[in-house]
Design a protein around this ligand. Structure first.
Ligand code: MRU
Length: 338
């Protein structure tokens, strides 16, 4: 099974990313050797997905400690710049807070700052890989056999340090020899479903059917979808889930047609400090993402555009949340996996 590696180190300790804005047409890797370059890559979604932007930011922060002499102040300033790139995915802020704590401890102990931060970034990356594998095992056990799974956006290997979150049960079942196939919503406006989910599943040999977002309800009504599984950018204390815009509509359609709606996420996505979905900051992106596509107009210039990147699915529409610590009812996730 071929799983893409969307992030890594360069030979001289820079950050190498797969530029996801170019997929599926081109598989090009970019070497980033400054905090600004990493921040730009996160902001423009060259590197994306909640767990992966946490890992990218952690790796990017090490670049601030490469200067000699490295200072804690420079690391904190770089952390603020990286944290300002995207507000919704809590993993980004979780990873940076953890890196800052490690930097402060290293500075107090007189350790080499760059080395300490590189070790911490590698630990965050390795832990994410392990959490993905555990989500895969828990999700595969929950589904139990052959399945047709509908997903929205990309919560696969391209969004994490491992085999993904929503796609982890898919890969685990596929590797176990089960007949598993995916229906991928294209995910307007940036097409993470058709460009990225369909790309990585096809490379892994998992059959995938791409549908336009407006087709999901009709597909769920047909009765052949076993369950929906999506990822998450932040799970509030009450179990409300922020994920890619359009997720809420899929959850409503799944409820209307009696299809289980699962969210798969690592514990780093659970945010007990945010009481409910109304308190989750929702990123608004540039109008041209909706009004055009790669230089071509998709709307007249006079039209106004609203472009929230995420929405909130209320806990009552979520059947269960599959985490690295087990499968929980949404209201139990923060107390047990947060
Ligand atoms: O804007 P993106 O592409 O970063 O949005 C990604 C999603 O919404 C994913 O579903 C989420 O981050 C979970 S990734 C494991």
């Amino acid at each position: 099974m071929t799983i893409p590696a969307p992030i890594g180190w360069t030979a001289d300790q820079g950050v190498r990313i797969l530029d996801q804005t170019l997929l599926p047409e081109e598989e090009r890797y970019l070497d980033l050797d400054s905090v600004d370059a990493v921040a730009e890559a996160i902001r423009t979604l060259r590197v994306r997905g909640a767990p992966l932007i946490g890992i990218a930011a952690a790796m990017g922060l090490t670049l601030a400690a490469r200067r000699s002499p490295a200072s804690l102040e420079a690391v904190c300033a770089a952390s603020a710049a990286l944290g300002a790139t995207r507000p919704t995915a809590v993993n980004l802020h979780w990873a940076l807070a953890r890196m800052e704590r490690r930097a402060a401890a290293a500075a107090a102990a007189g350790e080499d700052l760059a080395e300490a931060l590189r070790d911490e970034a590698n630990a965050i990356w390795a832990e994410d890989r392990a959490m993905c594998a555990r989500i895969g095992a828990a999700g595969a056990a929950l589904i139990g056999g052959d399945a047709l799974i509908l997903t929205h956006c990309n919560a696969g290997a391209l969004a994490t340090g491992g085999i993904g979150t929503a796609l982890a049960p898919v890969y685990t079942l596929h590797q176990a020899g089960r007949r598993v196939a995916v229906v991928a919503d294209e995910t307007r406006p940036l097409l993470q479903g058709s460009r990225l989910t369909a790309w990585e599943l096809s490379r892994a040999g998992v059959p995938v059917t791409v549908i336009a977002d407006g087709m999901a309800a009709s597909r769920l009504r047909r009765g052949d979808v076993t369950c929906v599984i999506v990822g998450a950018d932040r799970i509030a204390a009450n179990g409300d889930v922020a994920n890619k815009i359009g997720t809420y509509g899929v959850a409503l359609a799944a409820r209307a047609h009696g299809v289980p709606f699962y969210v798969a996420a690592p514990s780093s996505t659970v945010d007990p400090a945010t009481p409910d979905g109304a308190h989750i900051p929702i990123e608004e992106r540039a109008p041209d993402e909706v009004a055009g596509w790669r230089g071509h107009a998709a709307a007249p210039p006079e039209a106004r555009v609203w472009n929230p990147a995420f929405d909130v699915t209320p806990a009552e529409l979520v059947t269960a949340i599959i985490t690295d610590r087990g499968v929980f009812a949404p209201e139990d996730v923060a107390p047990r996996a947060g």
